[in-house]
Design a protein around this ligand. Sequence first.
Ligand code: UT7
Length: 333
Amino acid sequence: MGKINAAITGIHGYVPDYILTNKELETLVDTNDEWIVSRTGVKERRILKEEGKGSSELGTQAIKGLLAKTNTSAEDIDLIICATATPDMVFPSTACIIANKVGAKNAFAYDLMAACSGFLFALSTASKFIETGTYKKVIVVGADKMSSIVDYTERATCIIFGDGAGAVLLEPTEDGLGIQDAILRSDGAGMEFLHMKAGGSAKPASHATIDAKEHYIFQDGQPVFKAAVKSMADVSEEIMERNNLSADDVAWLVPHQANKRIIDATARRMGVGNEKVMLNIEKYGNTTNGTIPLCLWEWESKLNKGDNIILAAFGGGFTWGSIFIKWAYDSNK
Ligand code: UT7
């Protein structure tokens, strides 16, 4: 028997209908389309407007689509891991809410929190359950309603983020394809530059924290930008080196979509041309845990069995990482 790898055998994404354009943002804060596009690459983002709906709504829609297109029964799912920075509630986990909504009655489910790197951390975690032969069908969903924690009076932050979700089905394969390698890192010293001040156990919600706007994303953009450029490029280069991949060997780079300039810098360091870089930041902005699976979903028809794909992310924590995948199926069939 060959070594068991975890392979992505299906992918689906979901974004809400409402489009928040740069033009509309110009009516909320002192900004303009030219600044936003040139500094970030974002032209518009999707927003989940309906009252009472959170990240579980986005994740549920992505998983329902995934189950339908892969012809998978919800009851056959063993495990759902939801990577989210914007859970519906502090508890129960958003994964539990999603599992119930999609009818995954036999699955256990939990959330994994690593900010914008969460999808990679969850994918790597999920792969171990498959590689050890413990489970056969695991879903990883990255879902974030970033609009729920964005201050739409803060111009340096509100321009980047959007809402969305993507989900993948992982199954065992013994043909050498699937997830090959992962490099995951974290450094809590980065906390001071990117965090939410209140609403957790250290500083529970109160009238004072609401008045001080402490339930929104706090981001000191430049230090985060510098760390992101260096860290994402470092791990992407490292994973290529230790797997003997040249730039020519890489079919696709799938970067976290936080800022087009960070993505360009990562691709440059890897020596990978723009034509191999998945980029949809202009349509969706930074959907945190949604960015990487939303890219894979949109590019699915272009992916071929055996393609070498590098996923790379950086986010709050700080957390960052890269994963090397050999794509497991011809998607255009
Ligand atoms: O996904 C999680 C990880 N997060 C990231 O990777 C984000 C990393 N950081 C960034 O992408 C960038 O730092 C931002 C896009 C957030 C900000 O861009 P920046 O080039 O770092 O701008 P800045 O905050 O240093 O501001 C430069 C100038 C300032 O004006 P002055 O002080 O030079 O007069 C800002 O007030 O640009 C001004 N500015 C804006 N002007 C027009 C900041 N935001 C805006 C805006 N429109 N929206």
